[in-house]
Design a protein around this ligand. Structure first.
Ligand code: NAD
Ligand code: GLY
Length: 381
C-alpha cells in the first residue's frame, strides 16, 4: 500500500479562537470530533476547559514530576467551574505504565465516588495520557476525559487520536483501547520545563510526521532544527500545529488502524523492540523511535525505495535533534522475536512502514534476510 498525504488535501481547519495566541486543530470524527487547542498559557484558561466538562466532578491524573510543576495552576483554572476536584498522583516513568499503576487510578475514582459523568484530566506526558485514557475507557465502561499534554511528544502525538493503554512485559502498548478524549489542551509554555533529552524525544515524532506525510514540513524541520532544540516558542508552536494537523487527518481517515493509520508507526516496529528489549524506560520512547526511523530508512534504501541522498538527510536531522543513531545490541534473534509480537504483525508476519521518498510512506511485508541486514548494519558494536 502506498500512501501519499499532502497538507493541500487536508480537510482539517486550523483557526484562531477567541484567544488570539491559541490555535485550534479539529479532529474530524463525526459525533466524537474534538478540538486540539494549542498555545502558551492555556493551562490557566478556564474558558478553554469549561465547554468540555459537563458532570459535577473532575479527577486530575498526573505524576510526581508534573504535579508540583502544574497541578496547582490547573486546579486554580478549574476552580471557577464549581466542580468537585480531586487529584491522583502516579509514580513517574515508562516502567510504571502497567496494571498496578492503572489500578491506582481506579482505586482513587472509587474512593472519590466518581460517577459516569466524572471527567478525568490527564496532566502530563504520554505515559500519564495513555494510562488516563485507558482508565477513562474502562471506568464504569467509559467516562469523559481531557488530555492536557505537557511533553513535546504528547503534544505532537500521543494526546491525539485516542490510542490508550499500558505495556506488558512481552510487548509495548499491548493492552489498551481506542478511546477519544473530549478535547486536547496543549499549553506550549509547559515545554519550557522539559529536560533537553525529553524535548529531543518529542522531536523524533515531529520528524516522523514530516517523513511520512509532508516533505515541505520535513524541509522546514531541517531549516529550523536549532530553534526547535532551543524550544523557541514560534518554532515549537508551528511544529505542534503541523504535527497535529497531519496526525488528525490520518486518524480521521482510519481511526482504528485498519489501514493508513499504520503509517504513524513509522520507526516504531524497530523502536518498540528496542524499548521492550532493553526494559521499558532505559531508552525514552522517542529515542527508540528516532533510531527506529533510521533503521526503517536503511531498510527502505536496501529495498531500493529510498535513495542515498534522502537517507542521508534523515540521518542528519535525527543527529541534529540529538537522538541516538546506533541501535542497542540485543541480538538478531531477540529483535526478530520482539518485532513479531508487534501489533503490526499479522499471523507472525511483520508489516513494516517504509519510505519511498521523503514525505511518502508505504506499508509492506519484507524478506527476513533484508531485515537481518538492517539489524546487522544498525546495531552498536
Ligand atoms: P513521559 O510521559 O514519560 O514524560 C517524559 C518525562 O517528562 C516524565 O518524567 C514526565 O514526568 C516529565 N514531564 C512531563 N511534562 C513535563 C514538563 N512540562 N516539564 C518537566 N518534566 C515533564 O514520556 P512521553 O515522551 O511524554 O510519552 C511517551 C509515552 O507515550 C510512551 O509510553 C509511548 O508509548 C506513548 N505514546 C503513545 C502514543 C499514542 O498514540 N497514544 C503515541 C506516541 C507515544
Ligand atoms: N502513534 C501511533 C498512532 O497514534 O497511531
Amino acid at each position: 500500500m502506498i500512501i501519499t498525504l499532502s497538507l493541500a488535501d487536508s480537510a482539517i481547519h486550523s483557526a484562531l479562537s477567541h484567544n488570539t495566541t491559541m490555535i485550534t486543530v479539529n479532529v474530524d470524527l463525526g459525533d466524537r470530533a474534538y478540538p486540539i487547542h494549542i498555545g502558551p498559557g492555556l493551562i490557566d484558561d478556564t474558558a478553554c476547559f469549561a465547554p468540555h466538562i459537563t458532570g459535577s466532578s473532575i479527577a486530575i491524573v498526573t505524576n510526581t514530576t508534573v504535579e508540583p510543576l502544574y497541578g496547582e495552576r490547573l486546579r486554580r483554572a478549574l476552580a471557577p467551574l464549581g466542580k468537585k476536584i480531586s487529584t491522583v498522583v502516579l509514580p513517574d516513568g515508562e516502567s510504571h505504565k502497567q496494571w498496578e499503576t492503572l489500578n491506582l487510578i481506579f482505586d482513587h475514582l472509587l474512593l472519590q465516588h466518581a460517577d459516569r459523568k466524572t471527567t478525568l484530566i490527564a496532566l502530563g506526558g504520554g505515559v500519564v495520557g495513555d494510562m488516563t485514557g485507558f482508565a477513562a475507557a474502562c471506568y464504569m465502561r467509559g467516562v469523559p476525559f481531557i488530555q492536557v499534554p505537557t511533553t513535546l511528544l504528547a503534544q505532537v502525538d500521543s494526546s491525539v487520536g485516542g490510542k490508550t493503554g499500558i505495556n506488558h512485559p512481552h510487548g509495548k502498548n499491548m493492552i489498551g483501547a481506542f478511546y477519544q478524549p473530549q478535547a486536547v489542551i496543549a499549553d506550549t509554555a509547559t515545554l519550557r520545563t522539559l529536560p533537553p533529552r525529553e524535548l529531543a524525544a518529542g522531536l523524533a515524532e515531529v520528524i516522523k510526521h514530516g517523513l511520512i506525510a509532508d516533505a515541505g514540513f520535513f524541509a522546514w524541520i531541517e531549516a529550523n532544527i536549532a530553534a526547535l532544540n532551543q524550544c523557541d516558542d514560534a518554532a515549537i508552536i508551528h511544529a505542534v500545529r503541523v504535527s497535529c494537523e497531519i496526525k488528525s487527518r490520518v486518524v480521521a481517515a482510519d481511526e482504528r488502524e485498519g489501514g493508513v493509520r499504520a503509517i504513524l508507526n513509522f520507526g516504531h516496529t524497530f523502536g518498540h523492540a528496542i524499548e521492550a528489549g532493553l526494559g521499558y524506560g532505559e531508552w525514552l520512547h522517542g529515542e527508540a523511535v528516532g533510531c527506529g526511523m533510521l533503521m526503517a530508512a536503511d531498510l527502505s534504501q536496501r529495498l531500493g525505495l529510498l535513495d542515498a541522498a534522502a537517507r542521508e538527510r534523515i540521518v542528519r536531522v535525527v543527529a541534529a535533534a540529538h537522538l541516538p543513531l546506533r541501535a542497542p545490541e540485543l541480538g538478531e534473534a531477540r529483535y526478530i522475536d520482539l518485532m513479531s509480537v508487534d501489533k503490526k504483525a499479522e499471523a507472525g508476519a511483520v508489516k513494516f512502514i517504509l519510505l519511498d521518498g521523503v514525505g511518502h510512506a508505504r506499508i509492506t511485508g519484507v524478506d527476513d534476510a533484508q531485515v537481518r541486514a538492517t539489524l546487522a548494519a544498525s546495531t552498536q558494536h
